[in-house]
Design a protein around this ligand. Structure first.
Ligand SMILES: [Zn+2]
Ligand SMILES: [Zn+2]
Length: 214
């Protein structure tokens, strides 16, 4: 079984997630944007063992502390998709632009693409490539607990921005409607920012993607 804790980090209140297998207590940190002390406090509290870092995409609020976390705990960096390579290389620039302390460039140990899977203990997450917000954006999905971690693709009542370099609105809408919604109305999701929701609820009430479906 998968369990999780959401840890808002950075001035952008990005929903970093600590996810773990309840049988083995092996864990992954998804999107360590910053505030590693906060993440370490939850790791200690839950008693889990960190095994890897997963990245949905390489914007600084999601990936800013990846290099530090990887170094401090010798953790492999898994994801995002190669389409976000230019965002990783641009992390120091992003850091200056948003007034973050210097974020370091890193090289993922494993890039991911659509249809692959990622192991966290005995839990197998499906990997979906969902471009639009960034070209290399990924979503992680646990079919057993029907939980998706969607980064900045979809929010409760909104969708990701597409005005950054490499963003594309029609591509984002296609990712949501053709990749996420078919996973099922009952699927709960952790967005990159703000409260959780379900795909069914967003299909019904999200003004950006609701009402145009089916
Ligand atoms: Zn983003
Ligand atoms: Zn974000």
């Amino acid at each position: 079984m998968l369990n999780y804790r959401i840890i808002p980090v950075t001035p952008f209140a990005q929903n970093c997630s600590l996810i773990w297998c309840t049988e083995t207590l092996q864990a992954a940190v998804v999107d360590p944007g910053g505030d590693l002390d906060r993440i370490y406090a939850v790791v200690k509290e839950t008693g889990v063992t960190l095994k890897k870092i997963l990245l949905t995409h390489a914007h600084i609020d999601h990936a800013g502390a990846t290099a530090d976390l990887s170094d401090e705990h010798t953790l492999p960096i898994v994801g995002p998709h190669t389409g976000d390579d230019y965002w990783i290389k641009g992390l120091p620039e992003q850091g200056k632009m948003f007034g973050f302390k210097e974020a370091r460039i890193f090289t993922p140990d494993q890039w991911l693409t659509d249809g692959e899977s990622v192991q966290v203990g005995n839990v197998t997450l499906s990997v979906l490539h969902c471009p639009g917000h960034t070209p290399g954006h990924l979503v992680f999905f646990d079919p057993d607990s029907k939980l998706a971690i969607v980064g900045d693709v979809l929010f409760n009542g909104s969708i990701g921005r597409t005005d950054f370099p490499g963003g594309d609105h029609p591509t984002l809408i296609r990712s949501i409607k053709e990749k996420l919604f078919p996973l099922g109305d009952e699927v709960k999701f952790i967005p990159g920012h703000g409260p959780m929701s379900t795909f069914g609820e967003e299909k019904k009430s999200n003004p950006f993607v609701g009402g145009q479906w089916g």
